[in-house]
Ligand binder design. Structure first.
Ligand SMILES: Cc1cc2nc3c(=O)[nH]c(=O)nc-3n(C[C@H](O)[C@H](O)[C@H](O)COP(=O)(O)OP(=O)(O)OC[C@H]3O[C@@H](n4cnc5c(N)ncnc54)[C@H](O)[C@@H]3O)c2cc1C
Length: 277
């Protein structure tokens, strides 16, 4: 199906985009890589009257390397991350996650900010960025603010952004030399949503231990008890077995009524990558 008719505005700066959004209110939507929005517009599940194209907004592609964190512009594509064109904050985790997204055509156009803001619980970046304790840098006509990824998703497909507010960048803390991570996604084909995702980030030097499950019906869930347990002791071989992983997650409310198998499998693989390999 064709999209409904819409007006098209191409902006050169993030500030211009939020001014246009403020002018048109809920009738306007920003376009990043279009890999999620355009299919929805074709299905007429989304019918913006004004499309604000961020593609030429050079400030949204900025990349900054700082001593303790990296800033990645919202319009940086999955391919750029996959190809290592941004400084690596966590020994290859970002490029690994990017490489697992769909196929190269989607990765060439799809963006980090677009994926974070689409807020699909089955997408890769929401789970990975929560595990990495990333922060969304946001801009609205009222100014700039920072929103931790842990507070960015009130619900599935919903973000904490206000009506005329956009994500300008994501900041990702740098891991120490001792940092370890694991990431595993269960999916049938590259074009399908993930059935389960698990991400583990463990960095004793920064006192960081985080385990996140994604691919749920709700936003990604942080498993704090398990993360605390990992602080106390590393998982032995028995803890990585499927039944042991099922036992670790069977009490999680977000998993009630779901088949635990895929989540337990993903968790076991992510823990293995972080602690064994
Ligand atoms: C065949 C196929 C397979 C896919 N497989 C995967 C996969 O395996 N894993 C995965 O994670 N994803 C997958 N995707 C989704 C893909 O990663 C998209 O790139 C991503 O979801 C959206 O990014 P985008 O830049 O295309 O955003 P768009 O589609 O342009 O926008 C998405 C939404 O975010 C909003 N938005 C965009 N940028 C901003 C911003 N800076 N500030 C505020 N709001 C913004 C838009 O208004 C829109 O509502 C797949 C897509 C396709 C078509």
């Amino acid at each position: 199906m064709d999209t409904a008719l819409f007006d098209y505005v191409r902006v050169l700066y993030a500030e211009e985009a939020v001014n246009v959004l403020a002018q048109y209110g809920e009738q306007a939507a920003v376009l990043a890589g279009g890999q999620s929005l355009i299919p929805q517009m074709s299905l007429r599940s989304s019918i913006p009257h004004v499309l604000v194209d961020l593609g030429q907004a050079i400030d949204l592609r900025a990349i900054e390397a700082h001593r303790d964190h990296v800033v990645v512009g919202a319009m940086v594509t999955h391919s750029m991350i996959e190809d290592g064109l941004i400084p690596d904050p966590m020994t290859g985790m970002l490029s690994y996650v990017a490489h697992g997204i769909a196929h190269r055509g989607v990765r060439n156009r799809g963006t980090l900010g677009g994926s974070a803001c689409w807020a699909d619980p089955c997408a890769d970046w929401p789970t990975a960025l929560i595990a990495l304790d990333a922060t969304v840098m946001a801009l609205s006509p009222d100014g700039r603010r920072a929103i931790p990824m842990t507070a960015f998703y009130p619900d599935a497909f919903v973000t904490a952004l206000g009506p005329a507010e956009i994500a300008t960048a994501l900041t990702v803390p740098r891991g120490s030399k001792l940092a370890r991570w694991g990431y595993y996604k269960v999916t049938r084909t590259v074009s399908e949503s993930a059935d389960a995702i698990a991400a583990v980030v463990f960095d004793p030097e920064r006192d960081v231990s985080r385990v996140v499950l994604g691919g749920l019906k709700c936003p990604p869930v942080i498993l704090t008890d398990l993360a605390d347990e990992l602080r106390r002791r590393r998982p032995g071989a028995d803890a990585l077995k499927l039944d042991a992983c099922k036992a670790m997650i069977e009490h999680v409310p977000a998993l009630r009524d779901l088949n635990l198998h895929n989540y337990a499998f993903a968790l076991g693989r992510a823990l293995r990558s972080a602690f064994v390999s």
